[in-house]
Design a protein. Sequence first.
Length: 289
Amino acid sequence: MKPWVVMRARNDMPLVAETLDMLRRQNLPHRLAVFDNGSTDGTRERAAAQADLVVDVPEGTYVPGRVLNQAMEATDGETVAFLNSDCTPLDGDWLARLLADFDESGQPRVAATFGRQVPRPDCLPLFAKDTENTFGDGSLQRYWKHCFSMASSAIRRSVWQERPFNEAIQYSEDIEWTWTVRQMGYEIRYAAESQVYHSHNYTLKQWYRRQFGEGKADAHIFDWPAWDRSWLRYSLLPCARQIVSDCRYSLRAGEVGAAYLSPMLRGAQLLGRRRGFAAGWKEREAGQS
């Protein structure tokens, strides 16, 4: 049985065309399901020409966990791969390498894998740095509480059946799911050899909004002792470390301008994530009272 690749798409021309072209070149035969969220730029039409299944998600109805659950219900097979429409595989082995750890007889406890994301050539220096730090060879991931991205990933159906995606959150649904199944005893693996181009050049407003959403989700997903959720530990120290790291990176890369931008970018990150965390923590406490 050929595995499914599920693509979530919304107004991603011309990147989606590049992604679909590379999907056609995969060495592992597969089927493609596209969940399009009201695209108006030709994304849906381009994807439909190649897809085995197209599902329309009407404008204003997109809930990440709900769409992921619908995708699992619409497909079959023990493993299902996910690829965002703006994630372009680097070579023809992206899918095979992503699924390599799903040996049902040898590794039944592997619930999910996620691949390496490489910044696109036009990615701004500090966003490129963040992408490489998050993914890269994976060496930094061991220092973090948890790391995962649904953008280029695969999950085991039997684990999903045991615990579907949470449909009550708007951000970090992938983090919530993989963290939860890790607590159930399953393993999440990083497939560093499965690579895609994927990066964003956010405006400060977009960056703030993303950090707010992720901070709010953080408050609900993880356990937070008083010290870990304090202003100093959760917000100020990470911000200061990021600015120092940004300056070192910028000077080594010859991108002096990025060093000047770092305090503004990290300040927006601090405020967005802190305010989002505070809002999420308030909701969490209200739910427990």
